[in-house]
Design a protein around this ligand. Structure first.
Ligand code: WT7
Length: 659
C-alpha cells in the first residue's frame, strides 16, 4: 500500500459521519428536509404522495381504513392493475422503446427487453395462463431461477389477477411442496435448470420430487427451457414446454384486470419461530404504492436510470426492488443470473461498467466477500457511472461500509443502509440520501411517515445509547395484511407483544433488537427470535432442528447462529445421539447434513455439526441457546453457574474449538 493510500485508510477509518455531495443533492428526487414534517403533520393523507406515483383505474375513497385494526386497509375503494402500472402506462407515454429489463446470463449471453417487448411477452404468457384455466385469485407458484421468464410470469399473473407465490429456486423439493400445499396452489411455472459457476443444474428433477409431496392435484406445470440441449427431460402429461405454449398465444391482447387496492398481489413465504413457514400476504394498491415511493425517495430511481439490485427475485428484495418498484417508475432494471465470482471475481463490476449502472443495491455479505477478494478486482473497471449505493438484509459493519464507499463509490456516492423485512413490503429505516448524513453501521432514522421506535420490554422508549427492541407504532401502506389463511397467527406473531387491544392501540413487532442515538438513528442489532440471518437470508432455527431430529439415531438437537466473517451468521448444529449411536458420529453427521439440504436447501448447510451427550440446560430444563451461540462465535461464555449441567459447556466448547 502506498503512503497516500494508507493515509486515506486512516482518515476513512476515523471518519464517523459522511455527507452527500452537492451534485448528488441537486439532482435527487427528494431533497427537501421538510418531507419529515410534511408526513407527520398530514398523516395519513401524506401517503397520497405514494399513491400518486401510480395510475388508478378507480380513485380510492379513503387513504387508511383502521376500523378493524390491525387488519388495516389502504386506499380503499381504489382499483388498479400492477402490470398496467409497470408496463402499459410507460408504453402509452411514448417510452415503449426504453429498456425495462437488461438480463445478463451467467455464461455471458444477454437479453434486452424494452417496455413494449416486455408487455408483449407478458400478454402472451397471461393468455397462456388463462388458456390453462388459471382464473382470477388462483394462486400460481413460480419456482424459478433468475431467468427473464420469472418477472414475465409475475407480471402475467398480476395482469389477470392471479396472485403469485414465488419459491426461491435454491430451496429444496420439500420446501416447494410445503409452500404449494399451504397455498393450495394448482399451477406451477418452473425451469429445466440453470447455470451455477458454469455448471448446468438440474432443476426439473428437484421440481418433480417436490411435486410428489403435493397433497392436491396439480393441474398444470409450465417448464421454461433454460438449458437447451444441456439437459433433456421427458415431460409428464400435465407438463408443458413454455416456448411451445407461448408460441400458440403470440400477439395476444390481454386487458389488465382492475383489482381492488386490497386484493392480494402475491404471497411470499418466510421463516418464523415455528417450523411452519409463514405466508405473508401483500396487496395490490398499498404494496405497489409503497415500493414505488421508496424506490423514488430512497433509491432515487428515475425513468432514464439504469438500476441494478443484485438480489434474487425469489426473495422479497427482488420482488420489491428488481420488479415492482423500479418497473413502476419506468426505469431500466438489470437482472443477473449467476454468481459474483464467475467467470472471475470482477463479474459484477464488469456488469456495472458495461451497462453504465447508476444505482447499485446489494447485501453486506456480498460486500464482505468483495473485501476479502481485494480491491484489485474493482480497479480495472470504470465504475464512474454510479451515483448511489445501497445495502439490505443484515447489519453492515463500518469497515465493510467504508470499503464499499471507497472502492465502489469512489467516495462520491451516498450509501443507503435500508432496514426492512418480507413483512414490511418495502424499506422502513434508512437515511434519505440527499437529506441525512450517513453514519456507517447505523441504518438511520425511520422514513417519513414511519413511526419506528426502540423500546424496552414494557414498550417504553429507551434512552439514546441504550439497546432495546424495534417497534413500529403506526401502519404503513406496504405492510403485510395477514398471514395466508391464518389471521390468528398474524396477530400472535406481530401484534401480541406490544399492543393494547382494549385501548385499540396496535404496535407492530418485527422481532429485531436495536440501539438508538441522540439523532434518532437506529442501529439494528439482529433478530431476537429463533431466526438467523445467513448471508442476508432468513432461516428458522426450528425448521433446521426439525430436519435434524428427523434423522434416525439423533435424539435431540439445538440449532443456533454463530458469527461468520462473510456470511454474517452461520448455522451451528448441536445434536445428542440416541443410545447405541454414540460411536457413529460420521454417519450421523452425513445424514443430518443431507436432511437439512433436503428439507430447506444449500443455504442452510451447517457450518458445523457437534455431537454431545447433553445440551446445556437451565434448572427448569430450557436449552441455553445464548451459550451455544457464544460457543459457536468463539465468545466469552460468562456465568454458567445457573445451569443444571455446567460441566458440559467446556466439553462442547473444546470440540468446536478443535474443528
Ligand atoms: C430481517 C428481515 C429486507 C429484505 C431482505 C431480508 C434483517 C434487513 C437490514 C439492515 C440490519 C437488516 C433484520 C430483519 N435486516 N435489513 N439494513 N440492517 N438488519 O428480508 O428475509 O424478511 O429478513 O433481515 O433482522 O428482521 P427478510
Amino acid at each position: 500500500m502506498s503512503q497516500e493510500d494508507s493515509n486515506l485508510e486512516a482518515r476513512l477509518e476515523e471518519q464517523e459521519t459522511f455527507e452527500p455531495s452537492d451534485s448528488f443533492v441537486e439532482q435527487a428526487n427528494v431533497s427537501d428536509p421538510g418531507v419529515y414534517e410534511e408526513f407527520e403533520e398530514n398523516w395519513p393523507e401524506c401517503w397520497e404522495r405514494a399513491a400518486d406515483l401510480l395510475s388508478w383505474d378507480e380513485e380510492y375513497d379513503t387513504v387508511l381504513e383502521d376500523g378493524n385494526a390491525p387488519f388495516y386497509e389502504w386506499f380503499t375503494g381504489g382499483e388498479l392493475n400492477a402490470s398496467y402500472n409497470c408496463l402499459d402506462r410507460h408504453v402509452e407515454e411514448g417510452r415503449g422503446d426504453s429498456v425495462a429489463i437488461e438480463w445478463e446470463g451467467e455464461l455471458g449471453e444477454t437479453r434486452t427487453y424494452t417496455y413494449s417487448e416486455l408487455l408483449d411477452e407478458v400478454e402472451d404468457f397471461a393468455a397462456t395462463l388463462r388458456d390453462l384455466g388459471v382464473e382470477e385469485n388462483d394462486i400460481v407458484t413460480l419456482y424459478m431461477p433468475m431467468v427473464p421468464e420469472l418477472p414475465i410470469a409475475m407480471l402475467a399473473c398480476a395482469r389477470i389477477g392471479a396472485p403469485h407465490s414465488v419459491v426461491f429456486a435454491g430451496f429444496s423439493a420439500d420446501a416447494l411442496a410445503t409452500r404449494m400445499n399451504s397455498a393450495d396452489s394448482e399451477y406451477l411455472v418452473t425451469c429445466d435448470g440453470y447455470y451455477r459457476r458454469g455448471d448446468a443444474l438440474d432443476h426439473l428433477s428437484k421440481t418433480n420430487e417436490g411435486l410428489e409431496g403435493v397433497e392436491h392435484e396439480v393441474s398444470d406445470v409450465v417448464v421454461v427451457d433454460r438449458l437447451g440441449d444441456d439437459l433433456d427431460h421427458d415431460l409428464a402429461d400435465n407438463q408443458h414446454d413454455y416456448d411451445e405454449l407461448v408460441a400458440d398465444h403470440e400477439g395476444s391482447t390481454v386487458e389488465p384486470v382492475s383489482r381492488d387496492a386490497e386484493d392480494m398481489l402475491f404471497l411470499m413465504y418466510t421463516s418464523g419461530t415455528t417450523g411452519q413457514p409463514k405466508g405473508v400476504k401483500h396487496t395490490t394498491g398499498g404494496y405497489l404504492a409503497y415500493t414505488a415511493w421508496t424506490s423514488h425517495a430512497v433509491l432515487d430511481i428515475e425513468a432514464d436510470d439504469t438500476y441494478w439490485c443484485s438480489a434474487d427475485i425469489g426473495w422479497i428484495t427482488g420482488h420489491s426492488y428488481i420488479v415492482y418498484g423500479p418497473l413502476a417508475l419506468g426505469t431500466t432494471s438489470v437482472m443477473y443470473e449467476g454468481t459474483p465470482d464467475y467467470p472471475d471475481k470482477d463479474r459484477l463490476w464488469e456488469i456495472v461498467e458495461k451497462n453504465e449502472v447508476d444505482i447499485f443495491y446489494t447485501a453486506p455479505t456480498a460486500i464482505r466477500a468483495f473485501m476479502k477478494w481485494g480491491a484489485e478486482y474493482t480497479e480495472n473497471h470504470d465504475l464512474s457511472s454510479l451515483r448511489l449505493l445501497g445495502t439490505v438484509g443484515e447489519p453492515i459493519n463500518p469497515r465493510a461500509w467504508k470499503w464499499y464507499y471507497k472502492h465502489i463509490g469512489n467516495e462520491e456516492c451516498p450509501i443507503v443502509d435500508t432496514w426492512w423485512q418480507t413483512e414490511t413490503g418495502g424499506m422502513m429505516i434508512t437515511t434519505l440520501p440527499a437529506i441525512n448524513e450517513m453514519k456507517p453501521g447505523s441504518a438511520g432514522p425511520p422514513l417519513p411517515g414511519i413511526d419506528a421506535r426502540v423500546v424496552d420490554a414494557n414498550g417504553e422508549e429507551v434512552d439514546a445509547g441504550q439497546a432495546g427492541y424495534v417497534t413500529v407504532n403506526n401502519p404503513w401502506p406496504g405492510m403485510l395484511r395477514t398471514l395466508y389463511q391464518n389471521d390468528e397467527r398474524f396477530i400472535e406473531e406481530y401484534w401480541q407483544e406490544y399492543s393494547d387491544p382494549d385501548a385499540d392501540e396496535w404496535v407492530y413487532f418485527p422481532e429485531d433488537g436495536a440501539k438508538i442515538d441522540e439523532d434518532d438513528y437506529i442501529t439494528i442489532l439482529g433478530r431476537v427470535d429463533d431466526v438467523i440471518n445467513v448471508s442476508g437470508h432468513r432461516l428458522g432455527t426450528m425448521e433446521i432442528e426439525s430436519a435434524v431430529v428427523g434423522v434416525e439415531g439423533i435424539a435431540e438437537a439445538a440449532v443456533v447462529g454463530g458469527d461468520h466473517d462473510v456470511k454474517g451468521e452461520a448455522v451451528y448444529v448441536y445434536a445428542i445421539p440416541e443410545d447405541g449411536y454414540e460411536d457413529r458420529h460420521d454417519e450421523l453427521e452425513e445424514k443430518a447434513m443431507e436432511a437439512v439440504l433436503d428439507s430447506i436447501g444449500p443455504i442452510a448447510r451447517p457450518e458445523e455439526i457437534v455431537f454431545t451427550p447433553e445440551l446445556p440446560k437451565t434448572r427448569s430444563g430450557k436449552i441455553m441457546r445464548r451459550l451455544l451461540e457464544n460457543i459457536a462465535s468463539g465468545d466469552e461464555l460468562g456465568d454458567t453457574s445457573t445451569l443444571r449441567n455446567p460441566e458440559i459447556v467446556d466439553e462442547i466448547a473444546d470440540q468446536v474449538a478443535d474443528d
